[in-house]
Ligand binder design. Structure first.
Ligand code: PMP
Length: 357
C-alpha cells in the first residue's frame, strides 16, 4: 500500500527551471547578469550574522520603505517569498474547488500549477500575435471567475499591452473579481503607451499589482517580491495565507538596501544597459531573418513555427544553442526565450543564432 496523494498531482504540469550547465552561458531564467550592488552585499553579510533569529514575519521595515517609494499606506502592501509566492497566496485567498482563474496562454508557467494546486480551474485564453488578448479575456470571465492574471510584460513573449487596452479591460471586469497585474518586468518597460499599473490603484478597487526584486534588482536567489493592493482587505487576505517567516531577514535587508537612494542610479544604469542590449539583440536577430516580437522585458522570444516565417523549431534551436555553449529556455512546440545578458554573452548567443538560421 502506498501513501494516498491528491489526484490533482497526477495531472500537474512540472515547473521546469532554467538549467545551469557548468562552463556554459545561462540565458534561461531572466536573471540579472551582475551580482548584488556593493552596499547591498554588505547588508546581506551583516544580516547573515543574525541567522540564529527568526525574521520579522511582517517585513515591517521593508513595507515602510515600499510605502515611502510608492506614496501609499503600508496597509496596501504585502511582501512575499518571491512574487510567485504572492501569486500562489492570491489563488489560495480567492479561489477554491470549481472556481476559475483566468490568464493568457502562453504565460508565466507557475499560473496553471498554482491554480491546479489550489483546486481551481485554469481558463487559459490564447495569446493573439504573441500578446495578451484582453477582449477575449474579458469574454472568458464567468460567475465562477475569482481571479484574473494579466502578465505585463508577458513572460515568455516579452510583449506588453498598452494602457488604453488595460483600462478598457479593467472597466469591464466585475468589481468582485480580483485582477492581478503581474509586473515582474516593469522596470524594463520603455514604451510610454504601457501604463505603470500602480497608477491605476486609485481607480480600480479590485486591482493588485505584483513586482519583484528578482529581476531588475538582481536578487533572484534571495526570494523577495511585493504587491500593492488597491483594497487593504486584499492585502490582509494575502497576509492570512502567508507561511510564517516566509521572507528571510537577509532578503528583507537586501531589498531594503536596494530601495535606498544610493542604489537608484546604479540600478538605473544596469536597466539601461539591458534595454540597449535588448534593442541590439532584437535588431541583429531580425537582420538574420528571425521574427522577434517587440519585447518590453529583459528577454526576447522566438516563436516555434516554419523557418520561412522567421520562426524556429524550439527544441532543435535550444539544442543547437546548448551545443554552442549557450543555455536558453525552450518551450517545446511553443518557442524559445532568451534572457538579455551582458554584451559578451549576447554576442555568443547571436553567433549561435546566426549559425542556426
Ligand atoms: N511573475 C513573472 C511573470 C515571472 O516571470 C516571474 C519569474 N520568472 C515571477 C512572477 C516570479 O518571480 P519571483 O518569485 O522571483 O519574484
Amino acid at each position: 500500500m502506498t501513501v494516498r496523494m491528491r489526484p490533482v498531482l497526477d495531472s500537474l504540469p512540472a515547473y521546469v527551471p532554467g538549467r545551469n550547465v557548468p562552463g556554459s552561458i545561462k540565458l534561461a531564467s531572466n536573471e540579472t547578469a551582475y551580482g548584488p550592488l556593493p552596499h547591498v552585499l554588505d547588508r546581506i553579510t551583516a544580516a547573515a550574522a543574525d541567522a540564529n533569529r527568526y525574521p520579522d514575519t511582517n517585513s515591517s521595515d521593508l513595507l515602510e520603505a515600499l510605502a515611502a517609494k510608492f506614496g501609499i499606506g503600508a496597509e496596501h502592501l504585502v511582501v512575499g517569498c518571491g512574487s510567485v509566492s504572492l501569486c500562489q497566496q492570491l489563488v489560495q485567498a480567492t479561489a477554491g474547488d470549481g472556481d476559475e482563474v483566468v490568464f493568457g496562454w502562453r504565460s508565466f508557467e507557475a499560473y496553471p500549477i498554482i491554480t491546479a494546486i489550489g483546486g481551481a480551474r485554469a481558463v487559459q485564453v490564447p495569446l493573439r500575435e504573441q500578446a495578451y488578448d484582453l477582449p477575449a479575456m474579458a469574454a472568458a470571465i464567468t460567475d465562477r471567475t475569482r481571479l484574473v492574471f494579466v502578465c505585463n510584460p508577458n513572460n515568455p513573449t516579452g510583449t506588453a499591452v498598452p494602457g488604453v487596452q488595460l483600462t478598457e479591460f479593467l472597466d469591464e471586469v466585475p468589481a468582485d473579481v480580483l485582477v492581478v497585474l503581474d509586473e515582474a518586468y516593469r522596470e524594463f518597460v520603455t514604451d510610454e503607451k504601457v501604463i505603470d499599473g500602480t497608477t491605476l490603484l486609485d481607480r480600480y478597487p479590485n486591482l493588485m499589482v505584483l513586482r519583484t526584486f528578482s529581476k531588475a534588482y538582481g536578487l533572484a536567489g534571495l526570494r523577495v517580491g511585493y504587491g500593492l493592493a488597491a483594497d487593504p482587505a486584499v492585502a490582509r487576505a494575502v497576509r492570512q495565507t502567508q507561511i510564517p517567516f516566509a521572507v528571510t531577514h537577509v532578503a528583507q535587508a537586501a531589498a531594503q538596501a536596494s530601495l535606498e537612494p544610493q542604489a537608484e542610479q546604479q540600478l538605473a544604469d544596469r536597466v539601461a544597459e539591458v534595454v540597449a542590449e535588448r534593442a541590439r539583440l532584437t535588431a541583429a536577430l531580425r537582420a538574420a531573418g528571425y521574427q522577434v516580437p517587440e519585447s518590453e522585458a529583459n528577454f526576447v522570444w522566438l516563436a516555434d513555427g516554419p523557418a520561412e516565417q522567421g520562426c524556429v523549431d524550439a527544441v532543435a534551436f535550444g539544442a543547437g544553442c546548448e551545443a554552442r555553449g549557450v543555455i536558453v529556455r525552450v518551450f517545446a512546440g511553443s518557442g524559445v526565450r532568451i534572457t538579455v545578458g551582458t554584451a559578451a554573452e549576447n554576442d555568443r548567443f547571436l553567433a549561435a543564432a546566426t549559425e542556426l538560421r
